[in-house]
Design a protein around this ligand. Structure first.
Ligand code: SF4
Length: 744
């Protein structure tokens, strides 16, 4: 599809110490250089991984409004409420407009200039490193930043500053998919393209509620003209489950058992593609042997489903011609997440539902650039999907960046939860948090907040100085947000899209990119980043880093090409320049990224949940997205008057009618939800979408994670937000002595 839009390039001025003295990067004198005062341009949305194109309308060089881009191949004129309101959070009066430094005498954060802020940043972290070594300072990044900034942060942290440990909030959403794909396919490679939503005759959604979480993807499902069977595996009767042709309301965290049970039926009924299995996979016979332990009767007992329901689901999959399987956080955020994701992959492989239109084992990404974080953040993987433990990879990256091999760590970073454990143990004393909100979003929040309080020095770099995390920081660095800077984002179907600068950041706020440049200069490693002069210059470096990797993008000429094409999916290698608009689906040739070219069947016995229900805590707490108007910890969506009208202002808990009757809970009254880690006050919503024994609280309210249990998948180290044991109590004066915290 030829995508045409008036090209708008954004200004990126030279960065020198001038910037510190004249931080007018976004001042009136610095209007984007190719911007005509009343232009219209298309940029990619900065909330979720769908990656919709938004047409931004400018007046006098500033964005004044936007509409959904009709020609963009992702969303075809649609946008969800967050996208329509994407400009509003930029204008919020509580934007961070100056660096803030905590006064040790008063404990108050006071405004300082950039010179002081960068001096303190470097001197405090350097002092900790000198005293305690390279493992004593770490960073936590985000899947909300563009690839170029993620790469800069990761390269600066590990190669420039000499840190070993850095991770990001992608650990909370996509680490499982990454691990599962790497083990099964040989590389972290979601195989699909969005047209697969429209091409399938059977779509299976596992732990996914796209009606709410990815509404524009769901619109693509609604455009499917094949009258598809839509199967939903979810304990709750979600909006997606209600629209499905089959809803398997399984017991929470019995999904792995169910998937093995379905696979066992597929084998026993011979609804498998033996030719595909033989040519393109390994370990199938061991898998079939393993499956013998999952007879349908046992699976029915474990999942709470009837045998007929399970058999009907398996038959639908087995007899489907183009079956696609889709998963999100219900799978990824589990105590046995990686094996569950791989059980999905196994079903796609054994039925030959890979590499053809309408097929695939497809993980839907969360954040707008979680895929970029997976490939270019230099945390879990080295830049370009390389491995820190591989000396050939270290040499390649060193050569592209023109740095010494010795500048690259030969060990892996600690994952997020072990970084926090390192802080608790006193081994990590300095932390730099960039655009994520740990004090709200991390599991077992009371512990997480107490742990952050143990740091000698906490820096938070964010658009807002009043997030739950930023409020506790020793130093706050004010950052530009989406729409105030440029860079590339990679969406769920591996499409590079362009973020552009259509608005000026307020006050002294700088793009993360330029903050990194300032730090590099003052740290003393500026020379290493001489070529990192602008996001587009870094994009050229990323192209070289990706060369010969599965995510090779060496054929993308520049930002202009991405803009002209309406985004470009990876891989896009040199020589493919004439085919930018082709839909790219992986594994069409049946060749996987392992050295033998074959995909692996990977499986393991199921595990018990970490915190089962008990007499004192008899209910399972489920968590997830509330509405399509809310995003994560609401630091941005909470700023929109319009979006706030679309969801309840205060935390609520969904309760089944049976439990409400048993516990004498009345609708819309305040009740206490208590776990072994904390208790919160919440409004009771009684709804038949919940089954007895289960309650649900949306993730967006800061109170929620006071309750959650810190279990982690042993392979991906992703937190298991989806299951812990709680109890409900009436909110009497004696049980709730202090006022519940208010939502931001
Ligand atoms: Fe599209 Fe997601 Fe942005 Fe909504 S939040 S407009 S679905 S990219």
């Amino acid at each position: 599809m030829k995508f045409l839009t008036k090209h708008l390039r954004t200004w990126e001025g030279p960065l020198t110490s001038d910037l510190v003295q004249h931080p007018g990067e976004f001042g009136l004198g610095n209007i984007p250089r190719q911007l005509t005062p009343d232009a219209t341009t298309t940029i990619v949305c900065g909330f979720c991984s769908t990656g919709c194109g938004l047409k931004v309308h400018l007046k006098d060089g500033e964005a004044i409004n936007l509409s959904a881009e009709t020609d963009y191949p992702v969303n075809l004129g649609m946008a969800c409420p967050k996208g329509w309101e994407a400009l509003t959070p930029l204008r919020s009066p509580d934007r961070a407009i100056s660096p803030l430094l905590k006064n040790p005498a008063t404990g108050l954060q006071e405004a300082v200039n950039w010179d002081q802020a960068i001096d303190v940043f470097c001197s405090r972290f350097q002092s900790i490193l000198t005293q305690h070594g390279p493992e004593s300072v770490a960073w936590l990044g985000t899947g909300q930043m563009p690839c170029e900034e993620l790469a800069f942060l990761g390269a600066l942290g590990k190669f420039g500053m000499g840190l070993i440990h850095g991770d990001g909030n992608t650990r909370q959403c996509m680490a499982t998919a990454t691990t599962a794909y790497k083990e099964s396919f040989g590389f972290d490679a979601p195989p699909f393209t969005y047209s697969d939503f429209e091409e399938s005759d059977v779509l299976v959604f596992i732990g996914a509620n796209p009606c709410i979480a990815h509404p524009i993807m769901w619109q693509r499902v609604m455009s499917n003209s094949h009258q598809p069977e839509i199967i939903v595996l979810d304990p709750r009767a979600t909006e997606t489950a209600m629209a499905a042709t089959q809803h398997l309301a399984l017991q929470p965290k019995s999904d792995l058992t169910l998937l093995y049970g379905i696979a066992q039926i597929l084998v026993s009924k011979n609804w498998v593609d033996l030719d595909y299995i033989q040519k393109h996979t390994t370990n199938y016979s061991a898998f079939t042997e393993f499956l013998q332990g999952f007879d349908t009767q046992m699976v029915a007992a474990a999942t709470g489903l009837t045998i007929a329901t399970i058999e009907h689901c398996a038959e639908t999959i087995g007899k489907g011609q183009r079956v696609s399987l889709w998963w999100t956080m219900g799978v990824n955020q589990s105590h046995e997440a990686t094996r569950t994701a791989q059980a999905i992959i196994n079903i796609a492989l054994m039925t030959g539902n890979m590499g053809r239109p309408g097929t695939g084992a497809n993980s839907i990404t969360g954040q707008c650039n979680a895929m970029g974080s997976r490939l270019f953040s230099n945390t879990t993987n080295m830049l370009g999907g390389h491995e820190f433990l591989n000396p050939v990879h270290r040499q390649k990256v060193a050569s592209v960046l023109n740095i010494q091999d010795a500048s690259i760590p030969n060990k892996n970073s600690l994952p997020y939860h072990q970084i926090l454990a390192g802080i608790e143990a006193g081994r990590i004393k300095g932390l730099w948090i960039v655009a994520t909100n740990t004090a709200h979003s991390w599991i077992n929040q009371n512990w997480a907040r107490a742990t952050l309080a143990k740091l000698d020095f906490l820096v938070v770099q964010d658009m807002y100085g009043n997030t739950e995390t930023a409020r506790t920081a020793d130093l706050v660095l004010p950052a530009a947000g989406w729409g105030e800077k440029e860079g590339t984002l990679i969406n769920s179907e591996r499409r590079f899209g362009l973020m552009k600068k259509v608005s000026r950041a307020p006050g002294l706020a700088l793009s993360d990119f330029n903050i990194f440049r300032l730090i590099a200069q003052r740290w003393g490693c500026g020379e290493m980043f001489q070529k990192w002069t602008s996001p587009e210059a870094v994009f050229q470096i990323l192209k070289e880093l990706s060369r010969d990797q599965p995510c090779d993008i060496s054929g993308i000429r520049d930002y202009q090409m991405i803009d002209d094409c309406g985004g470009i999916q990876w891989p896009f290698t040199k020589g493919e320049e004439d085919l930018p608009a082709v839909q790219r689906r992986l594994f069409e040739d049946g060749k996987y990224y392992h050295s033998d070219g074959r995909a692996r069947f990977i499986f393991e016995s199921t595990r018990a949940v970490a915190e089962p229900v008990a007499a004192e805590f008899p209910l399972v707490l489920l968590t997830g997205r509330g509405t399509s108007a809310q995003w994560h910890t609401q630091t941005r969506t909470g700023k929109s008057d319009i979006l706030r009208k679309l969801y309840p202002a205060n935390v609520y808990v969904e309760v089944s009618p049976a439990d409400a009757a048993r516990l004498k809970i009345e609708a819309n009254t305040q009740i206490i939800v208590r776990s072994r880690r904390g208790k919160i006050s919440a409004t009771a919503f009684i709804t038949s979408t919940m089954r007895a024994g289960q309650v649900f609280i949306p993730m967006h309210y800061p109170e929620l994670n006071q309750l959650t249990f810190p279990a982690f998948d042993p392979y991906s180290h992703q937190p298991s937000y989806k299951y812990c044991a709680v109890t409900l109590e009436p909110a009497t004066r004696s049980s709730w002595k202090k006022k519940p915290p208010q939502q931001n």
